[in-house]
Ligand binder design. Structure first.
Ligand code: BES
Ligand code: ZN
Length: 876
């Protein structure tokens, strides 16, 4: 097998031929679907008549190729390396092709495939080439007409993009529907769905008064889980009109739920396809977290209609142009309709644990990469989450109003075009008059910038000097980094807790300001500052950076109580807890008694007795830093010490504050009927955090409270929280019956069974790995379904660090076995699942050796491009 080659951004050339119009006919059959394609092609003026026509295709059985109605001989074209090349073609012509594909055996779930009783497609980024010969690149935009022919019984519903323009009956109990999408689009936005589906209908009146029909298509048993997604969709449509002035542009908007899906959801024009886990919800089966996630994903895909579809990407190196912007848009939407500070805490926590880890590992890459082997590997936290942070920084830098003028101009100027990151940033520079040259480095440089801040107080002059240095560590292929433009939002708190007026160089700035760090080191002098002022830095997580500042524990307690910025109150709590846990880790390593810092206990006591924050934020403050975030702080990661110390900290908080947690638990009892409203979610979140501490205390009384909550069976949020506590306790007499009962009750619902799998394999006890092996044989598990794989294997390898990193190497071996199997079945999922095995660089020698050994074993296989790229980087 030839080594897969990298593709470089610098090699970009515009397409030689444009597709004016695409006409497709699908004759559906599970194992032999026939696709007839008619392309109206036109040579790009920059190219001459010697420009060959090159089309992409993968796994196609080609039955006919014709130009202007004339069938070509096999000698008149070439098929090699997934390309069909015709050396000489007219300047303008019609190309007909006919191919046969096999959806039933498409386990990669890219292109046209079968999921349960239905046919569906996934074309982003390069799935369309598995359907037909085509210039499968996002800068080729065409209008599409699609005829779908299916079985009247088995596929009564035949869907594609746009509007249905014709339907009719055919011989042999077949029928067809023809769809027309008037908006030019790249092939990655093509979609087709066929099967026996039920529909929930609603409608939306746009701001200009147009009626849009909304349709949500699901398999019949899921009809009871559609309300939330439909309501979310309407909220998203309203929000995009209000916040961005964006109106929907077709008469019909459809969402379809499918069970086998590699990602969460896909923004196909007029026909969004969703992983059923990302759209179906009801109170009995779905947790609060899942309700909120669904709301966010429905909004995200809908928002792509403008940020992605009307204005798309020139090439896949520009992926963050649509994903970063759209994630920022969905974050703003969720923040507007739920608890804004909690949304910010969640997004920042995700970024700084998982994206920072990506930045620190072998697959680190810039938000706009300059080369890749397999683009599917680049749907990463860096592209999505860091990409969104860059847009957020722009919005903060320019101010909301100017940013909105910029986005209006962007959508107007580039409507119907395929553009680059520069086009977006240039528009923002144009409307604001800002020089964003240095800012562009955020897109080009990989790695997490490290800020080191120090303050120096001069009592005589009553001046505080703040010095901030920045440095971005080297990442693979990028040794030297330049200084970035980093917005640092900050304030100063007086010793009395009051905010201090910020006077910088004689200029007054209120009590909250943004410092623009542009140099490797910069200094700011604050006048009129009394002794004992405490800096609050990087408020609202104003830039995706690490920040080091030598806050004392007293100063952190002070920030926890008095900072006006909710995010920094939370961050101060995390920092205070981290110091205490790190101290206990040292004790753990020395085999000494681990005693929790009394100041943390007192700080928590204060939080519980005199809560100043809303419940949602309070619940977040009470959660100790995750094992992943603690690990992020260590130069050498000690898996067992992190787990042991964190666990001991929780137990000691529970012992010391049992009564406080108990009263919070009782005070937050819900009496209203379940609804995923921000208020109710906040109460449940706080109550369940309290319950987790109570159970950690180990009193039988607390476990009985968990059991009672489980048995009360009010809603999945409370049931799942209680079930997790029971199943993760040492009390098998309580955990096992609950697990058994839950598994029996929900055997018919695969999405609930996924929660059941994940709950069991995230147990901290030593038998977790054996449970994974056992559950892989469970009838509800299938290695071919990505949701099952994520629920069982993903949850174990990503959320059960002590057991995945077992010193006997069995966790690594298990993951390698799964990756080897998935490499053949579904390379995209294989390359995602392998990631925990590549994060060995800061572990102990023994684990490093074991992990590398498993990677070497995988390397001996015949690898997909996806897995090949990740393994090569990991072993480099
Ligand atoms: N365009 C993506 C879906 C996608 C990603 C398709 C990668 C093919 C390959 C979609 O807009 C998306 O980003 N979905 C996210 C959810 C979103 C809320 C961040 C997903 O699927 O996880
Ligand atoms: Zn997206």
């Amino acid at each position: 097998m030839a080594e897969p080659q990298a593709i470089h951004l610098s090699d970009y050339r515009p397409p030689a031929y444009r597709v004016e119009k695409t006409e497709l006919t699908f004759d559906l059959d599970p194992s032999t679907t026939r696709v007839r394609t008619r392309l109206h092609l036109q040579r790009h003026p920059e190219y001459g008549e010697d420009a060959a026509l090159t089309l992409h295709g993968h796994g196609l059985t080609t039955e006919r190729v014709a130009i202007d109605g004339q069938a070509l001989l096999e000698s008149e074209y070439r098929i090699e390396d997934d390309q069909l090349v015709i050396d000489r073609v007219p300047a303008e012509f019609v190309l007909d092709t006919e191919v046969v594909i096999d959806p039933a055996n498409n386990t990669a779930l890219e292109g046209l495939y079968v999921s349960g009783p239905m046919f569906c497609t996934q074309c982003e980024p390069e799935g369309f080439r598995r359907i037909t010969w085509y210039p499968d690149r996002p800068d080729v935009m065409s209008v599409f007409t699609t005829t779908v022919i299916g079985d009247r019984q088995r596929q009564p519903v035949l869907l594609s993009n746009g509007n249905p323009i014709e339907r009719g009956e055919l011989p042999n109990d077949r029928h067809f529907v023809t769809w027309e999408d008037p908006h030019p689009k790249p092939s990655y936005l093509f979609a087709l769905v066929a099967g026996s589906l039920e529909c929930v209908r609603d409608s939306f009146t746009t701001m200009s008064g147009r009626e849009v029909a909304l349709e949500l298509w699901v398999e019949a048993p899921n009809l009871e889980k559609t309300d939330w997604a439909m309501a979310s969709l309407k909220r998203a449509m309203t929000w995009d009109e209000e916040a961005y002035g964006r109106e929907y542009d077709l008469d019909l908007f459809m969402i379809v739920a499918v069970d086998d899906f590699n990602m969460g959801a896909m923004e196909n024009k007029g026909l969004n396809i969703f992983n059923s886990a990302a759209v179906l919800a009801n109170p009995q089966t779905t947790t609060d977290a899942a309700f909120q996630r669904i709301e966010g994903i429905v909004a995200h895909e809908y928002f792509h209609n403008w940020s992605g579809n009307r204005v798309t990407c020139r090439d896949w190196f520009q992926l963050a142009l649509k994903e970063g912007f759209t994630v920022f848009r969905d974050q703003s939407f969720s923040s507007d309709i739920n608890s804004a500070p909690v949304k910010r805490i969640e997004d920042a926590a995700l970024l700084r644990t998982l994206q920072f880890a990506e930045d620190a590992g072998p697959t680190a890459h810039p938000v706009r990469p300059d080369h890749f082997i397999e683009i599917s590997n680049f749907y990463t936290l860096t592209i999505y989450e860091k990409g969104a942070e860059i847009v957020r920084m722009l919005s903060n830098l320019l101010g909301e109003e100017t940013f909105r003028r910029g986005s209006d101009l962007y959508f107007e100027r580039f409507d119907g075009q395929a553009v680059r990151v520069e086009d977006f940033v240039d528009v923002m520079a144009e409307v604001s008059g800002e020089d964003l040259t240095q800012f562009m480095r955020w897109y080009a440089q990989a790695g997490t910038p490290q800020l080191t801040a120090r303050s120096d107080y001069n009592a005589e002059q009553r001046q505080l000097t703040l010095t901030i240095r920045q440095q971005t560590p080297p990442t693979p292929g990028q040794e030297d980094k330049q200084a970035l433009h980093v917005p640092v939002r900050m304030g100063l708190l007086g010793a009395d807790g009051e905010p201090i007026k910020l006077v910088i160089n004689g200029e007054s700035n209120g009590t909250d300001t943004v410092l623009h760090l542009r140099e490797a080191e910069q200094r700011w002098v604050f006048d009129d500052v009394d002794e004992g002022a405490v800096p609050s830095l990087l408020r609202g997580f104003s830039a995706p950076v690490r920040l080091d500042y030598p806050w004392s524990r007293d100063e952190l307690s002070h920030l926890m109580r008095f900072d006006e910025d909710g995010f920094n109150r939370w961050d101060a709590t995390q920092r205070l807890a981290l110091i205490a846990i790190e101290e206990m880790m040292v004790a753990h390593q020395r085999g000494e008694l681990m005693a929790l810092d009394a100041r943390l206990i007192e700080a928590f006591r204060h939080l519980l007795r005199e809560p100043t924050d809303d419940k949602a934020v309070l619940a977040e403050m009470l959660r100790l830093p995750s094992e992943a975030w603690i690990a992020e702080q260590q130069t050498r990661v000690d898996i067992d010490a992190i787990h042991g110390a964190r666990r001991a900290a929780i137990e000691q908080l529970a012992d010391n504050l049992f009564a406080e947690f108990e009263s919070v638990y009782h005070a937050n009892q819900q009496t209203d009927a379940y609804a995923p409203t921000p208020d109710q979610i906040a109460s449940r979140s706080l109550r369940n955090v309290a319950l987790s501490y109570l159970v950690a205390n180990g009193e039988p009384e607390a476990l009985n409270m968990a059991r009672a909550q489980y048995e009360a069976d009010h809603n999945m949020t409370d049931v799942r929280a209680a079930l997790t506590l029971l199943a993760h306790s040492d009390r098998a007499d309580l955990g096992d019956p609950a697990i058994r009962a839950f598994g029996e009750r929900w055997a018919h619902d695969s999405l609930v069974m996924d929660q059941w799998f994940a709950t069991q394999v995230t147990r901290p006890q030593a038998d977790a790995l054996e449970r994974v092996r056992f559950l892989m044989k469970h009838p509800a598990f299938s290695i071919k379904n990505p949701n099952r794989v994520r629920a069982l294997i993903g949850a174990f390898t990503q959320q059960n660090r002590v057991n995945f990193h077992r010193l006997d190497g069995q966790g690594y071996q298990l993951l390698a076995d799964v990756v080897i199997e998935l490499n053949r079945l579904n390379p995209e999922i294989a390359a995602r699942m392998i990631v925990p095995l590549t994060r060995y660089h800061r572990l102990d020698e023994q684990r490093q050796k074991l992990m590398r050994g498993e990677l070497e074993r995988i390397r001996k296989e015949e690898l997909s491009r996806n897995v090949y790229e990740v393994v090569e980087k990991a072993l480099a």
